[in-house]
Design a protein around this ligand. Sequence first.
Ligand SMILES: C[S@@+](CC[C@H](N)C(=O)[O-])C[C@H]1O[C@@H](n2cnc3c(N)ncnc32)[C@H](O)[C@@H]1O
Length: 208
Amino acid sequence: MSNKNKKIQNRYNRISKVYDLLEKPMESMSMAKWRKKLIKRIEGEKILEVGVGTGKNLSYYPEKTNVIGIDFSKNMLEKARDKVENRKNIKLIEMDAEDMNFVDNTFDTVVTSCVFCSVPDPIKGLKEIRRVCKNNGKIIMLEHMRSNNEFVGKFMDIVNFIPLNIWGANINRQTMKNLNKAGFKENDIEYQDIWSDIVKLIEIRNNK
Ligand SMILES: C[S@@+](CC[C@H](N)C(=O)[O-])C[C@H]1O[C@@H](n2cnc3c(N)ncnc32)[C@H](O)[C@@H]1O
């Protein structure tokens, strides 16, 4: 793993103890509702969740699905394990999203939420998702990103160093552009703005 990745991994290992507590206000305001909406969109039985973190989406997966959750932070995964002790259909693995240990075309649906703000090389991570998701499979994402509003976008650039240093998360990622750079075609991507133009629910048909 590169030094850049180790640095972000260490930040998540450090914040893991208080992560759920810090996120609680946002969770109760709207995130929990958006997570439910996201997971309702899964298709098929073989599901991969990338950057599963402390496992906040895990309770929404139906029993009939086989879910693998990966994350490169051991401590975040430990918190997720506490949440799924009795769920036999959920497996959690320490793995780098930029270099996944799965063969091509493994999953029916790949899920991410608030992950592509943090993956150190987002294009590499998105290319990996494209590779491990089946041809014609689905990728669903709940992601925040840089606003297209000139003033708001610039402000996000200026203050980005704060969450990046505390958490490991960027608030100014250009995730829609990164999807195109990773090879996803414009026509295969649908999205809804769910909070201003900053938080989006994205659905991609993985036409390879
Ligand atoms: C902001 S947290 C979001 C966690 C969770 N998805 C959620 O919705 O609460 C971002 C997560 O992505 C993980 N992450 C970032 N880059 C990664 C990478 N290259 N490989 C695996 N996990 C990564 C971090 O360790 C962290 O747990």
